[in-house]
Design a protein around this ligand. Structure first.
Ligand SMILES: C[S@@+](CC[C@H](N)C(=O)[O-])C[C@H]1O[C@@H](n2cnc3c(N)ncnc32)[C@H](O)[C@@H]1O
Length: 222
């Protein structure tokens, strides 16, 4: 994989296999924070004051969304239990190259990032006072999540690269994973995906997207 610096100065990885990058080239970390943390985790936490928030991620990749969720949990002193799935981990060489280009202001996250990455490599949980992280190797089509999701990060490659992960059949089990007030958030905002989720009985919201994207999608039970 190749490391690419995106427009907000933060790094992403570009996969030759999928012929696309892991994050938006308009700003990788800006997008991750906007879609998954602000419109997902933080918005859910504002409306629900339960003790633990369950986060599930499809497409955990570099672990950036897990890292930002852990940072949020520590800052807000809210317990987050995270389960992330991916079919393959970026190699250590690729991951280290990616992390070494992190924005200077994120140096304070070094211990958290390295801790999450090594827990994942060693197949063990990563625990802090407010964050419990669990990574799973497996395929989106056959994985059984251990618990319902209050916040579901759906971060597959795009509908062009991976149409099979955006069909009604592929989306249904993930939507069914939502807890009664849970939300699914994704950067993808194509009309077809909105309509498929609606046809499955879920309520979809068009929200303003991160830089370079007009919209993003949030779905909840009807
Ligand atoms: C857009 S990237 C995710 C970026 C990631 N959230 C991050 O912050 O680095 C998509 C991820 O989905 C994973 N993926 C693709 N197809 C998959 C499948 N069928 N099952 C599980 N993971 C899959 C890829 O390996 C890749 O890591």
């Amino acid at each position: 994989m190749e490391r690419v610096i995106t427009r907000d100065g933060s790094p992403t990885l570009r996969s030759e296999r999928w012929n696309c990058s892991f994050h938006s080239l308009h700003g990788a970390w800006t997008e991750a924070k906007h879609v998954y943390i602000e419109a997902g985790l933080a918005a859910y936490a504002k409306s629900e004051d339960q003790k633990h928030i369950s986060v599930v991620e499809m497409g955990a990749g570099t672990g950036l969304n897990a890292l930002l969720a852990a940072e949020w949990a520590n800052q807000h002193q809210r317990k987050v239990i995270y389960h992330g799935l991916d079919q393959a981990l970026p190699s250590q060489e690729d991951w280290s190259s990616w992390w070494s280009a992190r924005p200077n202001e994120s140096a304070a996250l070094d211990d958290l990032a390295l801790g999450l990455r090594s827990a994942w490599l060693q197949g063990r949980a990563f625990e802090t006072e407010f964050f419990s992280g669990h990574f799973h190797l497996g395929a989106a089509q056959s994985w059984l999540a251990p618990n319902p999701a209050d916040v579901l990060f759906y971060d597959a490659f795009s509908t062009r690269q991976q149409p099979e992960l955006w069909t009604s059949e592929a989306l249904a089990p993930w939507l069914q994973l939502l807890s009664p007030k849970g939300v699914l958030v994704t950067y993808c905002a194509t009309g077809e995906v909105f309509r498929r989720m609606q046809a499955l009985g879920f309520v979809t919201e068009h929200l303003p997207g991160p830089p370079g994207k007009r919209e993003m999608l949030r779905a909840r039970r009807g």
